[in-house]
Design a protein around this ligand. Structure first.
Ligand SMILES: [Zn+2]
Ligand SMILES: [Zn+2]
Length: 140
């Protein structure tokens, strides 16, 4: 039960989740909506298929914000932590904020996406990762 390799929680600890497996694509997102939502230069999301992901506790603390383009972002209504992102392209995948994991994942990010809106006050050392001016599909 607690041996799922991916375990995370929000800042206040009210929300906890587990994923038994994540998809191979894990991207740093530089879109302007992630910047606003996270209050940060960029966000980093991993994706798990729905059956591999579960809320351990605090699902009732999740608040959903639906943006003008229809994407949904779920966050903790107690502490504001960004937990989950869903869009039509998510295709049954749960995208969750990697930084809410309790232990660094062995899998590392493999791309920067939406770099067309990257802030100009951070220089990205892209570590040789591909940069996508816009999005990319996660599935595959
Ligand atoms: Zn919280
Ligand atoms: Zn984004």
């Amino acid at each position: 039960m607690s041996d799922a390799p991916y375990q995370g929680q929000c800042l206040c600890g009210g929300i906890q989740y587990q994923a038994v497996r994540v998809a191979s694509k894990m991207g740093h997102c530089h879109c302007s909506m992630c910047q606003k939502f996270h209050g940060a230069a960029f966000s980093t999301f991993a994706a798990a298929i729905e059956s591999d992901f579960r809320w351990v506790q605090g699902e009732n603390l999740l608040q959903t914000y639906t943006a003008s383009n229809g994407t949904k972002r779920k966050f903790c209504k107690q502490c504001g932590s960004s937990m989950v992102f869903e869009s039509v392209e998510s295709n049954g995948l749960i995208e969750f904020s990697v930084a809410t994991l309790d232990v660094s994942p062995t899998l590392k990010p493999d791309a920067h996406i939406h770099t067309g809106t990257k802030v100009d006050w951070v220089n990205i050392d892209n570590e040789g990762l591909p940069m996508f001016l816009n999005g990319r599909t996660i599935k595959g």
